[in-house]
Design a protein around this ligand. Sequence first.
Ligand code: SF4
Length: 315
Amino acid sequence: TVPIYEAEFRAAKRKSFFDMSADELFEVIEEHGRQGVDYITVHVGVTLKNLEVYRNAARTTGIVSRGGGLMAAWMLHRGEENPLYARFDDLLDIARTYDMTLSLGDGLRPGSLADSTDRPQIAELLTIGELVERARRAGVQAMVEGPGHIPLSEVATNVQIQKKLTGHAPFYILGMLPVDTAAGFDHIAGAIGGALAGWMGADMLCYLTPAEHLGLPTPEHVKQGVIAFKIAAHAADVARGNPKALERNRKMSEARYRLDWEGQFALALYPEEARRLKEERGSRTKACSMCGPFCPMNLVEAVLRGKGRLELPVA
Ligand code: SF4
């Protein structure tokens, strides 16, 4: 959960979201802990000092984190420090009491390629790195949220910097989005960045949907986003040499070469869709309708062996 959403909402209902008190925010956090929430996102790196770095940075897209933006607006309006930062020890006490993990949110993440890996992003990461250390000393688990809009050429750098500055804390990334221009298909763009970041060492991918930047997603958008990012995570597992992922891919290829369709469906990440397309696209042979009687896997094998696979019976 993101407790600041609820705390700000309660204050806005009463009067104005600027009216939220620090105690109110901590009460919501404690309520979430009592309810059994596993991890909360807290934008602790949005400090007055880092907001000064942000104000001097002349960004293209300003602040794009919803929770980070709420926190920054509250702080700038009231001229007060981020209570989550100022009272970080209180936050650690609650997290430890309820065995709640802290996800240290990147409120100053870049929202465009023009702002990628800039001073506000890195200033916030430096603060977060210090807070990860304090969390560990207090016996509280912490992971670190990361960008955001990052070109492919900077993905490895971002993962390495995060790992170095946070003592290899788990890195939970939002994308990464390698282009700004894929509106309507940001789940595909994000999966491309996510796969590369996963390969480089990112630990958890936050999916994007086709509706990203455009509106609230429908359940179908959510499904498409999760599909894209599951494939990205699987690609990262393969690249990192995960034995289970490698074995599954090897078996899939063997089934493919045998034209063993049931075997392929069983190993596919999305068997229902694979089966649906195979049946929908039809075939007059045992191979699929893409190459049909000229299925090269079958043809070359048949010529080499001089028998067996040349005749493709009607499926
Ligand atoms: S017909 Fe072509 S696409 Fe289909 S199984 Fe054979 S080689 Fe693959």
